[in-house]
Design a protein around this ligand. Structure first.
Ligand code: PSU
Ligand code: MN
Length: 307
């Protein structure tokens, strides 16, 4: 366990790490910027329960009062959820400034990976990752999440990426940077709300044991970087591609018309898509996070069993 001066590991998470028991990291931007209150808090707490039910200890990650937190109390989760987008969305470039100022920050996939790795947590569950945005050929808008996956040895279990992004370019970027993209029970990259995207993943795997073995081998080979596990949304919650893609195209057009850029782009697009599809996309979003939490917990358990 790492005793970083800025890092606070909750007693429960510290105890699990000390005993070499499975732990799963969870991000907090999905709470503050990814879903409305109170569904965000309800979802975050339920996700923690699902991880426990599947044999692992949850560690929700955030920056609170400048402290890098691995493991939040329910009160801290409630606080972040209520604050919503008033909390800074913290990526790699924000981490030191927020910590130095004693400020709060909701961690993205990037900063959740960084803090998980500092704490000694290897598996992380979320909804969707950031990626290469449509039009990145000229805007150069590429999420820091991809760079982090290239460098930090954490397995990220997600439901693929939303087609607010250019999924083809996202895969190209990951290939260049040496990040394996695994499809769980599928050969195709899932597109968050839908199980298919038309793009192939690098490898298909069908059990938590298989995921754990690949990740463990990467560590034994001393390879830097993480592994991206893409887990399709359960069939019964998947959305009609025509409906969701129409909403996404509309959201992207509005972002462009309003000149939205930088860190505001992804939260803007997420909120617009939600607005345009009513509650349906929120329901799907919540269910796929639950599904990823289950797989991440089982994989964290398998990793410890193989150790
Ligand atoms: N995509 C989603 N839901 C999310 C995010 C992305 O479908 O909640 C959040 C995650 O925290 C992700 C971040 O790490 O947005 C990426 O932001 P950006 O594109 O600005 O790097
Ligand atoms: Mn960006």
């Amino acid at each position: 366990m790492n005793l970083n001066k800025y890092l606070d590991i909750s007693p429960e998470v510290a105890c699990a790490l000390r005993d070499d028991r499975p732990v799963v990291a969870l991000e907090s931007t999905i709470i503050s910027h990814g879903m409305p209150y109170p569904q965000n808090v309800e979802t975050a707490l339920k996700v923690e329960q699902i991880i426990r039910d599947n044999g692992a200890v949850p560690a929700t990650i955030a920056i609170i009062g400048g402290r890098l937190k691995a493991g939040l109390t329910p009160e801290e989760i409630e606080y972040l959820g209520k604050q919503g987008s008033a909390v800074a969305k913290a990526s790699r470039r924000d981490l030191a400034v927020l910590a130095a100022r004693g400020a709060d920050g909701a961690t993205t996939v990037t900063t959740t990976m960084i803090i998980a790795n500092m704490a000694g947590i290897q598996v992380f569950a979320t909804g969707g990752i950031g990626g290469v945005h449509r039009g990145a050929q000229t805007t150069m808008d590429i999420s820091a999440d991809l760079e982090e996956l290239a460098h930090t040895p954490v397995m990220v279990v997600c439901a693929g990426a939303k087609s607010i992004l250019d999924l083809g370019l996202t895969l190209e970027y990951l290939e260049t940077h040496g990040v394996p993209v695994i499809g769980y029970g599928t050969d195709e990259l899932p597109a968050f709300y839908t199980r298919t995207s038309g793009f192939k993943v690098d490898y298909r795997m069908d059990s938590p044991e298989e995921l754990a073995a690949a990740f463990r081998t990467a560590r034994e080979l001393n390879l830097r970087g993480g592994m991206l596990v893409t887990n399709p949304i359960p069939e019964e919650y998947s959305m009609d591609p025509a409906v969701i893609n129409k909403a996404i195209d509309e959201a992207v057009a509005q972002a462009e018309a309003q000149g939205i850029h930088g860190k505001a782009t992804t939260p803007f697009l997420l909120a617009k898509v939600k607005e345009l599809t009513g509650g349906d996309s929120l329901d799907s979003n919540i269910q796929l996070v639950f599904n990823n939490a289950r797989l991440a917990a089982r994989t964290a358990v398998a990793l410890k069993e193989q150790a």
